[in-house]
Write a protein that binds this ligand. Structure first.
Ligand SMILES: *Cc1c(COP(=O)(O)O)cnc(C)c1O
Length: 362
């Protein structure tokens, strides 16, 4: 069986580290999209509410609906609401981020139709990530439209494309400058005054002086901030463990796994673990021989990762069926393990599949 142990104490620690970098008046928006980065949405979100975060944020409407079903009452931002979900969004009292004219007008129509006024919304500007958001040049269009839209603009924000990049970063500096301009335009044009925000987790570490009125943190709550030095201040929330379900001795020259993915250069002990690419341990972990930890020793994943299993070379390590193997957590964190397969903590964590049991540790 595979278990992801989730430490609420470490979540508290990570939250406090982030808060310590923020001014008291700065609001904390905790980002819990994608099942709270692959952890356990309900317990994670409830713990954050208990810690006193000001709002939660998700990517899509359905995720916000899930949170409301858990009876979470605090504001919930939806970063990327899709047009066909806007009625659901309104009926769950979720706060959409409006990122282009089409979404803006679609929401306006729904609210007018329902006779709603002063509905809380957020405005997203594209200052250089070039993914989603109004362009700075569209601010005038927004100001014109707001006059007779049933909206209350809660906040205005943008998102850095490389917040972890070593300073000085030309791109980040440009984005900050552009956002400052957007801020002053909106302060003049919108009443009551909205609040402003720009930083994600790495941004809080790298640009604390640009925290404006709020920050939006996700990955740092899980113990990662895209820089080994910053990671040191945080604690990994999750420890992923599996256990040996078979041990096989193979002779020199034998191949292991599909398509002769690995060939023994000498007589070898192979342990098989019941976790595979269907659980989020992707195929790149095989050829890179990423280590996992058995009785505190690094043992490499070998061969091609199967859908339901991986094989590890345990030659010389005293072990038996049922012995626990740590995939990531204490000996190597998720970010270090992810790097072995050329990916990042975000992808590794959010890919962890539903067959892995989540154990929330209060
Ligand atoms: C996911 C997301 C965040 C959180 O980023 P982290 O790097 O996980 O802190 C913040 N803002 C937006 C717009 C996001 O989509």
């Amino acid at each position: 069986m595979n278990t992801l142990y989730l430490s609420s104490q470490n979540l508290t620690h990570n939250y406090r580290v982030l808060r310590s970098k923020m001014e008291d008046k700065t609001q904390f928006i905790a980002v819990v999209k994608a099942n709270a980065y692959g952890s356990a949405l309900g317990a994670f979100a409830q713990h954050l509410v208990h810690l006193g975060v000001d709002a939660l944020a998700v990517a899509y409407t359905e995720e916000g609906t899930q949170l409301r079903a858990l009876e979470i009452q605090i504001p919930i931002l939806v970063f990327y609401p899709q047009i066909h979900t806007l009625s659901e969004l309104v009926s769950n009292n979720l706060e959409p981020c409006l990122y282009n004219q089409t979404v803006f007008l679609a929401l306006k129509n729904i609210l007018l139709h329902e006779g709603r006024t002063d509905y809380p919304v957020h405005l997203k500007y594209n200052t250089g990530l070039n993914r989603i958001g109004f362009l700075p040049e569209e601010a005038e269009w927004v100001f014109d439209q707001i006059r007779n839209a049933p909206f209350q603009i809660q906040s205005v924000y943008s998102h850095l494309a490389a917040s972890e990049e070593k300073r000085p970063s030309t791109l980040s500096d440009q984005q900050i400058k552009s956002f400052q301009k957007i801020k002053s335009l909106h302060l003049e044009a919108i009443t009551p005054q909205p609040y402003f925000h720009l930083l994600n987790s790495s941004g809080v570490f790298n640009y604390p002086e640009y925290q404006f009125d709020a920050v939006r943190c996700g990955i740092a709550l899980h113990g990662y901030a895209n820089n080994a030095e910053w990671d040191c201040e945080l604690r990994p929330l999750g420890v992923l463990k599996s256990s040996i379900c078979q041990i096989t001795q193979v002779k020199k020259g034998a191949s292991v796994g599909y398509d002769h993915g690995w060939v023994a250069l000498k007589d070898t002990s192979i342990a098989t673990l019941p976790i595979g690419h269907a659980d989020g341990i992707g195929r790149h972990f095989g050829p890179s021989q990423a280590p996992v930890y058995l009785h505190g020793k690094a043992v490499p994943i070998i061969g091609n990762v199967c859908m339901d299993m991986v094989m590890v070379d345990v030659t010389g390590v005293d072990c038996q069926l049922g012995d626990e193997v740590e995939i990531f957590g204490t000996h190597q964190n998720a970010s270090e393990f992810a790097l072995k397969a050329n990916t990042i903590s975000y992808e590794l964590l959010t890919q962890l599949g539903p067959r892995i049991v989540r154990k929330w540790q209060p």
